[in-house]
Every structure is written in C-alpha cells, then in structure tokens.
Design a binder for this molecule. Structure first.
Ligand code: AP5
Length: 214
C-alpha cells in the first residue's frame, strides 16, 4: 500500500510511521529526516534548507519535489511506502499525483492525525530524536531504555533546534495555512481518513491507524 501520513508538527506522524514501517516492511520516507541527513552531511542542499527549517518555514517546493522524484523511484518503494511530511502544499500534492502516474503507482490512503496545539506544544517540549537514525522518543511518554542513547542504533539522542516553543508555534501556523488545505484536497479524491491522535498514547493511535487502512 502507498500511504501518506498528514498532521501538524508533533502530531505523531514520525512515531506512527516508524511503527508501521517496522511491522509492514514498507519504507518510512520522511522529508524532514532526509533534509536533516543533508544538514549533518553539510551538503549544499542541507545548508540551503537550514535557514528555512530553523525558522519553522517550508523549504521551497521545487527542492522538495526533486528530492521525492529521486526517492520514490527507488526499488524499495515497489511493494509500498509511507510518506511522512510530504506533500505539505497543494503544489507538492499535484506534483506527487503526476509523479505517481509516471511511475505507474497509485495512492491508496491519506491518514490525517488530528491533535490540537496545546497537546502538540507539550509533546514537542519532551521530544528527543536520534542524531544518527532519526528515531523519535519522548522524555516522559516514550523514553529510551538507556537515557540519551537510541534503542535502535545506539546513537546520541538530541533535542531538535526547531522544537523551541516559539518555532513550534510558527510551524503550526505554517501547517494551518499551507498544509491543512490538503485535507480537503484528499477528501475530494475520497482518500482521506481522519484519526483522533490526541489521547491514548502512541500504541493506541497506531492500532486505530492500522484498523483504518485495512
Ligand atoms: P519534519 O521533520 O517533517 O517535522 P514536522 O512535520 O513538523 O513533524 P515532526 O517531525 O515535528 O512531528 P511528527 O508529527 O513526526 O511527531 P513525532 O512522531 O515526532 O519537518 C521539519 C522541517 O523540514 C519543516 O519545518 C520544514 O522546514 C522542512 N520540511 C520537511 N518536509 C517538507 C516539505 N514537504 N516541504 C517543505 N519543507 C519541508 O511526535 C512528537 C513527540 O510526541 C515525540 O516525542 C513522540 O514520542 C510523542 N508522541 C507521538 N505520538 C504520541 C502519542 N500518541 N501520545 C503521546 N506522545 C506521543
């Protein structure tokens, strides 16, 4: 299956995608993780993206679309994929439609995780992520087994620069203005599933998502 996970920053897209990918063996494709990898490597793309990411703004559409053209053409996407953080604008969604047509693939479902701002700010204030593999934890809700160390790869756990409360609010505003219109876009295409991602912990939200895509 080819799936998009939509949702505001901190709604739990990465957490759910991680669980889904481990269980179903479809690649978890996160544009945020790909950009952070470029940042760590100091590539030209990473340096260009940094100023947008640190300010809580979106990286220009043409850059992201070119990245995804390369990524979705890889053979590990043949049996299915989970998109996390893409598309984020109507222009990106239209580019994805064209790209899937070219690759003779189709989009099966779009799952939107609905979580209000107060819960998002709380989740982001405790989020820690692995510097090496991008795995996501929470100091209170979902701690790693060994403090500061990633369970998956042994990498160092860090707080993202864009998780400062003021930047989180900016990212939420950008989501409302530029990404939330995608809910209507995919509703019109009859692909949209909306999930209440507020409570119950990540495991319960994951179970709801799994049931909804069956
Ligand atoms: P990106 O990395 O994609 O950030 P985001 O979409 O803002 O989403 P997050 O990764 O912050 O949150 P999430 O929904 O994955 O939540 P998580 O699972 O971590 O993008 C970063 C930046 O890159 C953007 O601002 C932009 O600049 C750029 N960018 C990326 N894609 C782009 C694109 N397509 N176009 C243009 N620019 C782009 O969960 C959050 C915390 O909550 C964690 O600590 C987790 O443990 C905890 N948690 C999760 N679920 C639950 C639960 N049910 N109960 C309790 N705690 C939970």
């Amino acid at each position: 299956m080819n799936i998009i996970l939509l949702g505001a920053p901190g709604a739990g897209k990465g957490t759910i995608a991680q669980k889904m990918s481990a269980a179903l063996k479809w690649p978890h494709i996160s544009t945020g993780d790909i950009l952070r990898q470029h940042l760590r490597e100091g590539s030209e793309l990473g340096q260009m993206a940094k100023k947008y990411m640190d300010a809580g703004q979106l990286v220009p559409d043409e850059v992201i679309i070119a990245l995804m053209e390369d990524r979705l053409a890889k053979s590990d996407c043949d049996a299915g994929f989970i998109l996390d953080g893409f598309p984020r604008t109507i222009a990106q969604a239209e580019a994805l439609d064209n790209l899937l047509k070219k690759l003779e693939k189709r989009l099966d479902k779009v799952v939107s995780l609905n979580v209000p701002l107060d819960i998002i700010v709380d989740r982001m204030s405790g989020r820690i992520s692995c510097k090496s593999c991008g795995a996501v934890y929470h100091t209170r809700n979902m701690p790693s087994l060994k403090e500061g160390i990633c369970d998956r790869c042994g990498g160092e756990l860090i707080t993202r620069i864009d998780d400062q409360p003021e930047t989180v609010k900016k990212r939420y505003q950008v989501y409302e203005e530029q990404t939330a219109p995608l809910i209507e876009y995919y509703r019109a295409k009859k692909k949209m599933i909306e999930i209440d991602g507020r409570s119950g912990g990540a495991e319960e939200v994951y179970e709801k998502v799994k049931r909804s895509i069956r």
